[in-house]
Design a protein around this ligand. Sequence first.
Ligand code: RP5
Length: 182
Amino acid sequence: RDAAEIDAHAPPEPRRAHSHAHPLVGVVMGSDSDLPVMLPAAQMLDRFNVPYELTIVSAHRTPDRLVEYARSAAARGLRVVIAGAGGAAHLPGMIAAMTALPVIGVPVKGSSLDGVDSLHSIVQMPRGIPVATVAINNGTNAGLLAVRMLAVAMPDLVREMEKYLKSLETEVMAKVEKLGEV
Ligand code: RP5
C-alpha cells in the first residue's frame, strides 16, 4: 500500500491540539472543511472541562476508519459521540449503527441546498438507530447536549449546566435593561 492509502486506513488518531488523554466525548467530522462548524462543540466541552478527542472520519472516503472508530469507541472509554457532516451526511447514522453510545448529529451546511440535504440525511434515521440531531451548523448545541448526557451520571455537570443557563438569562436581562423595559 502507498503512504496515502496507509494513512487513510490508520487507526483513529485524534487531532492532538484539541484532544485529551482520556476522552469522554468523540467529536468527529467528515472533512476538515467542517471544522468551523464543529469547533464550537469542542469549545463548549472545554468550557465544561469535559475531555474529548477531535478528528476527521469520512464515511465515504475512509470507510475502514469509520468502522474502526465506531466499533472501538465504547471500549476506548467514550460515552458520547458528536458527528458532523455535510451533503450526503451518512457519518452520524453509520456511527450510530456500529456503537451503542448515544450519537449527536450536526448537519453541516454545504455550498448548495442550504444544509437541508445534510439535515435530512442525519435526522431521517430508520427505526431502531437514533441520532440526536441538532440544528444546521449548531455545533454549540451539540456540545451542550453531550454535556447534558454526561450529566446524567456526573452531578457536578448538572450544577455547571444550571450555572450556564443562569448566565444566558443574565446576558439577556442585561440587554433588556439596555434597551429598556416594554
Ligand atoms: C462531507 O462532504 C463532509 O462532511 C463535508 O461537509 C462535505 C464536503 O467535504 P469536502 O469536499 O469539503 O472535503 O463528507
